[in-house]
Design a protein around this ligand. Structure first.
Ligand SMILES: Nc1ncnc2c1ncn2[C@@H]1O[C@H](COP(=O)(O)OP(=O)(O)OP(=O)(O)O)[C@@H](O)[C@H]1O
Length: 274
């Protein structure tokens, strides 16, 4: 598989603040990669450098084979970025805006199809200024994907979405990934990372503290299991033995039995506290 994003030793400082303190990343073409981390960890700074919207201090960065510090027009048309809707489009309708942006790209997707995929078909003829915050955010996403990008950057894409809109959005991202689009997203929603990402990186204080598949991140799959039943619970490395023991004790069905490993959120919180 080819590499879509390659980063070595990336650093960025704002005055006294070391926002990014030496990050290495390899994101494969076709992968959905989520960047997690607390407020101020350096996620947006990193993503904006990859998008070509922010200068780095040091390090090597290649995005679709190009240095985003020297973006070309051709490269820009292959990279999708979700920005906040500019106010100057607020008087135009959703359909007019999406069609207008489609005109900028050589391989644009069908505007009505994109509007449907972001769940705005019944708002297509409304002016953007008449939309709610979450609906406007969906327009932003539509404008990010309309060019049919090879690589799509999404910075906290579903902030402000209601649960149904988030599910719809996940489906859109899943479909795009299925068709081969590489997707790099930042999110504060661990369920979103778990639903979408092939791999995640956790950033804290400008550095990557863990990286891997959501299911195995930070030793998740091999962490102690918690066995719970009516009247008790325990943490164990050998849950099978515990369940067998309980089966004998209860002489059959164990009431209210569950066996769980730590959630992605629990692992994440341990990682960023560490
Ligand atoms: N333009 C700027 N000028 C000065 N400091 C900045 C600037 N942008 C970001 N910072 C600082 O750099 C650090 C990293 O910020 P960044 O926005 O990259 O974090 P983040 O992980 O995206 O956070 P959030 O989850 O809150 O969006 C923070 O301490 C922030 O205050």
């Amino acid at each position: 598989m080819t590499t879509a994003v390659k980063v070595r030793g990336l650093t960025k400082r704002y005055g006294d603040v070391q926002a990014v303190g030496g990050i290495d990343l390899d994101i494969k073409a076709g992968e959905v990669f989520a960047i997690l981390g607390p407020n101020g960890a350096g996620k947006s700074t990193t993503v904006e450098i990859l998008e070509g919207y922010r200068r780095r201090d040091a390090g090597e960065v290649s995005v679709l084979g190009t240095d985003p510090g020297r973006p070309t027009r051709e490269w820009r048309s292959r990279v999708g970025v979700v920005l906040q809707t500019a106010d100057d489009v607020a008087e135009a309708t959703v359909r007019e805006t999406v069609r207008h942006f489609a005109g900028y790209y050589p391989a644009a997707m069908d505007p009505d199809q994109v509007i449907e995929q972001v769940g705005l078909t019944d708002k297509a003829d409304k002016r953007i200024r008449e939309l709610s915050g979450g609906q406007r955010r969906r327009v932003d996403v539509a404008l990010g994907v309309i060019g049919g990008p090879e690589l799509l950057f999404l910075d906290e894409p579903t902030t402000g979405f209601d649960p149904e809109a988030r599910r719809q959005f996940w489906e859109l991202i899943g479909n795009m990934a299925h068709q081969g689009t590489t997707i790099v997203l930042t999110t504060h929603y661990l369920d979103e990372a778990e639903a979408l990402a092939d791999r995640v990186a956790v950033i804290a204080k400008g550095r990557i503290v863990a990286e891997g598949e959501p299911a195995t991140l930070g030793g998740r799959a091999t962490a102690k299991a918690t066995v719970r039943w009516a009247g008790g619970s325990l943490e164990t490395d050998t849950p099978t033995e515990t369940v067998l023991e309980l089966t004998r004790r209860f002489d059959g069905e164990i009431p209210e039995l569950t066996v769980t490993r730590p959630s992605l959120e629990e692992i994440y919180l341990r990682l960023i506290e560490g």
